[in-house]
Ligand binder design. Structure first.
Ligand code: NAI
Length: 350
């Protein structure tokens, strides 16, 4: 069914507050989940609320975190999130990075000891809206084989970058470094369908088309994507002193414990390079030139990254609201906090 922005956001916020999150943290988390859901990233929208509520309720997210900010140089710092809700930690880290980049030209800000922070494009877009260029990376739980390997070692380790233009457009690139999300495998299982051979591997590291035989996801573009997911883990894990690689905590292993994840924001002021106005004009030119290029058959148009997400959002509101599956709305409107479905869940089981 379709919900207004306000209703969806309020329902999510109230549910997480009922689980124990304080209002200002529930407000930020619900806002970012709505940002994601309205852009068509339903995998990072309302569907996550029950899992977060269970983790909050069971103590695996600190509800009164003591954030500690340590400036380690004129352009660097680490925010320790005390395993508070990841959305707030990542947003606070980006606020620090924006302030630092505006003052000193560049900011490299790490966030250590946080929980899942959702669609990371939100944080890079924050910087672009302040006329800065940004890139952000974060860890996620191990479920992808390294190129040629047999066991999950890295997560879906996403990368996002964003840049402003001279007009209302913002370039926001935001992707996982695996070919497909785990949710897409589950979707195929539930439909009794097969999966393309380049999505996942079995216990021997061999490609599989039967979704029930999946033991791990695979990196995008073979060895190149493997290098990218390693880079993400170096920047957002090894460099920050939090668990890395296969030692990164599982999303479902124990919902009473903090996840100790890491994220890294790198923010640059274009004024220190080509100059802000020239940069923004050039970015508008890039978007214009890409959009004017004749599209290949079947593609319709060449889009800049993030363009289709904004189109999906605008279309949803033009059609009467954000589409949310009925069972999810029922849960959000109910008095239930969670159904005890996620703790110790085996991701690879049916
Ligand atoms: P996706 O495959 O839907 O999109 C990836 C990128 O490609 C986007 O920037 C999109 O704008 C661009 N794109 C897609 N089609 C395009 C087209 N036709 N023309 C131009 N650009 C196009 O994204 P993916 O990999 O499924 O990730 C979904 C979300 O999941 C992201 O928001 C990501 O941050 C989030 N995520 C979060 C994780 C976490 O642990 N916090 C882990 C993994 C993903």
């Amino acid at each position: 069914m379709r919900l207004s922005r306000n209703e969806l956001k309020t329902l999510m916020k109230n549910k997480m507050m009922a689980a124990g999150l304080k209002e200002e943290h529930a407000e930020v988390t619900a806002e970012i989940l709505t940002w994601s859901h309205e852009r068509g990233y339903a995998s990072h929208g309302a569907v996550r609320v029950e899992y977060y509520s269970e983790r909050i309720f069971k103590g695996g997210i600190t509800t009164e975190p003591n954030f500690t900010w340590k400036e380690t140089g004129p352009c660097s710092g680490i925010l320790d999130g005390d395993n508070g809700i990841g959305y707030v930690v990542a947003q606070e880290g980006m606020k620090k990075a924006i302030e630092m980049a505006k003052k000193n030209g560049v900011a490299v800000v790490g966030m250590a000891n946080m929980s899942h922070s959702g669609s990371i494009g939100y944080y890079s877009e924050m910087a672009a809206k302040e006329d800065l260029v940004a890139i952000t990376f974060c860890q996620s739980d191990p479920m992808a084989v390294p190129y040629g390997g047999t066991e999950p070692y890295y997560g879906t380790n996403p990368i996002s970058f964003a840049a402003p233009t001279a007009d209302e457009r913002t370039v926001v690139f935001d992707m996982a470094t695996t070919v497909q999300a785990w949710g897409k495998i589950l979707d195929k299982r539930s439909k009794g369908a097969s999966i393309p051979a380049d999505w996942a591997v079995d216990e021997k590291g061999a490609p599989v088309t039967d979704p029930h035989l999946v033991n791990a996801l695979v990196p995008i573009a073979g060895a190149k994507g493997y290098g990218l997911m390693m880079m993400v883990d170096i920047f957002s894990g090894v460099l920050l002193g939090v668990p890395f690689g296969k030692h990164v905590s599982s999303m479902y292993h124990d919902l009473s414990q903090g996840r100790c994840l890491g994220q890294m924001h790198i923010v640059i002021d274009p004024e220190r390079f080509v100059g802000l106005e020239k940069f923004k004009q050039s970015m508008s030119q890039v978007c214009d030139e890409l959009g004017e290029m004749p599209a290949a058959e079947g593609y319709g148009k060449v889009y800049y990254p993030g363009e289709r997400a904004v189109m999906r959002r605008d279309k949803a509101y033009a059609e009467g609201g954000i589409e949310v599956v009925d069972e999810l709305v029922e849960y959000l409107r109910s008095d239930a906090i969670h159904f005890d479905r996620y703790d110790h869940k085996n991701r690879f089981a049916d």
